[in-house]
Design a protein around this ligand. Structure first.
Ligand SMILES: Nc1ncnc2c1ncn2[C@@H]1O[C@H](COP(=O)(O)OP(=O)(O)O)[C@@H](O)[C@H]1O
Ligand SMILES: [Mg+2]
Length: 300
């Protein structure tokens, strides 16, 4: 190719609307424009997806909030389930939890009807089942229950017809709660921070997913790996991403999420970044993730 050809293609990439240069082609695949999703005719049954990684701080909660909000904006009915006693998802969506009926009450059967726990967020089409620190006692309480791994599945079954997608924001562990999330799910998305040691622990996570598929939930699929906190300016970020692509191939989403301080700002505001700063590159990136997942069939 001629020099001008190279530069022309470089420019066309940089000028594509809605995408900053850093989100383009970092996985080494040709850039695809994911179509604006068509509206759905009816609602449900929901595809249930767990956001899972036993490492903390990789973007599980941020992805649940912003992917949830992006899908809601595309007219999908979304239920986000806070499945971490830290309650960051609830806080990030502006929900007070100290008096709330939470996922803990549903797991223990203190409250039988999930509708009593569901709260509408400020984002139309996006609801949440909150959590608070009570949830940290759940594993101890559930350990002697019959079919203890299937309790979340039975809770979500009751509302699955009312949503197109249910996103479960897991806690950073591979304990009984996470096994419950995987058992309830059709798919898993693993957010990976583009940092040293990103892949450390992922083998164990994949092993856990495989075990749950073998023993409890034969239909469970690894839907996607989402690279987060990507910094295209550093060789390091690019190398980590390359390593991730070598390990997981096409399961790595083409869309990656850049590192930006807007996320902590949005958390403080108790809103998705998509609401807080809709034109920010990170908002565009999460909308692209939503379209990519829809185009892959991971979401209706
Ligand atoms: N792409 C990003 N760039 C910069 N900071 C981010 C990004 N994604 C998340 N964060 C911040 O990193 C911290 C951890 O993210 P979070 O989504 O809570 O991770 P997890 O749920 O996996 O523990 C939060 O303070 C969040 O605001
Ligand atoms: Mg979290």
């Amino acid at each position: 190719m001629t020099r001008s050809g190279v530069s022309r293609s470089g420019e066309s990439v940089a000028e594509l609307p809605g995408l900053e240069a850093p989100v383009l082609g970092p996985t080494g695949r040709p850039f695809t424009e994911f179509a604006e999703p068509a509206p759905l005719k009816g609602v449900g049954p929901a595809r249930i997806i767990s956001l899972c990684n036993q490492k903390g701080g990789v973007g599980k909660t941020t992805t649940t909030i912003n992917l949830g909000a992006a899908l809601a904006k595309y007219g999908r009915r979304v239920l986000a389930v806070d499945f971490d006693p830290q309650g960051a998802l609830s806080a990030g969506l502006g929900v007070q939890t100290h008096d709330a009926v939470t996922i803990y009450d549903l797991l223990l059967g203190v409250v039988k009807d999930p509708h009593e726990a569901i709260i509408k967020t400020e984002v139309e089409n996006l609801d949440i089942i909150p959590a608070n620190i009570d949830l940290s006692a759940a594993e101890v309480h559930l350990v002697n229950e019959v079919a203890r791994e299937q309790i979340l599945a039975s809770v979500l079954r009751k509302v699955s017809g009312e949503y197109d997608v249910i996103l479960v924001d897991c806690q950073p562990s591979l304990g009984l709660l996470t096994v419950n999330a995987l058992t309830a799910s059709h798919g898993v998305i693993i957010p990976l921070e583009c940092e040293f040691f990103a892949l450390r622990g992922v083998a164990l996570l994949v092993e856990t997913i495989d075990k749950v598929r073998d023993r409890l939930n034969p239909a469970l699929e690894l839907d996607a790996i989402l690279a987060t906190m990507f910094d295209s300016r550093t060789l390091h970020s690019r190398e980590v991403l390359q390593r991730v692509v070598e390990a997981f191939g096409d399961r790595v989403l083409e869309t990656v999420i850049g590192r930006t301080v807007k996320f902590p700002d949005a958390s403080v505001a108790g809103k998705p970044i998509i609401e807080f700063a809709p034109e920010h590159p990170a908002s565009k990136a999460y909308r692209t993730v939503a379209r990519e997942l829809i185009s892959r069939g991971a979401v209706a």
